[in-house]
Design a protein around this ligand. Structure first.
Ligand SMILES: [Zn+2]
Length: 90
């Protein structure tokens, strides 16, 4: 598997994974994700890391971070959100 297909694969299933985490995924999406995770190690790693990270953030509520680190994470998130939603801008 080339690097490009790997990234595309994670990109595709990361969406399902994020949706599933907030319970926004449809039954079919959850099913697809579960089935894919069964044999895809890369996405397994992604989901594991993602779950750990969000659990960590929820538990600590970002209190353990310095204000600069919070800002860095915040702007990083904003960047990824805006790059995704660019097409919807008028
Ligand atoms: Zn995968």
């Amino acid at each position: 598997m080339t690097k490009t297909t790997k990234q595309n694969c994670i990109k595709k299933y990361a969406e399902y994974c994020d949706k599933a985490q907030y319970d926004e995924a449809s039954f079919l999406e959850k099913l697809k994700l579960k089935f894919h995770l069964f044999f895809c190690k890369d996405c397994q790693t992604y989901v594991k890391r993602n779950t750990q990270l969000s659990q960590l953030f929820t538990q600590a509520k970002l209190n353990f971070l310095h204000p600069e680190e919070k800002m860095a994470i915040h702007s990083k998130m904003q960047n990824s959100i805006s790059s995704e939603t660019n097409t919807f801008e008028a």
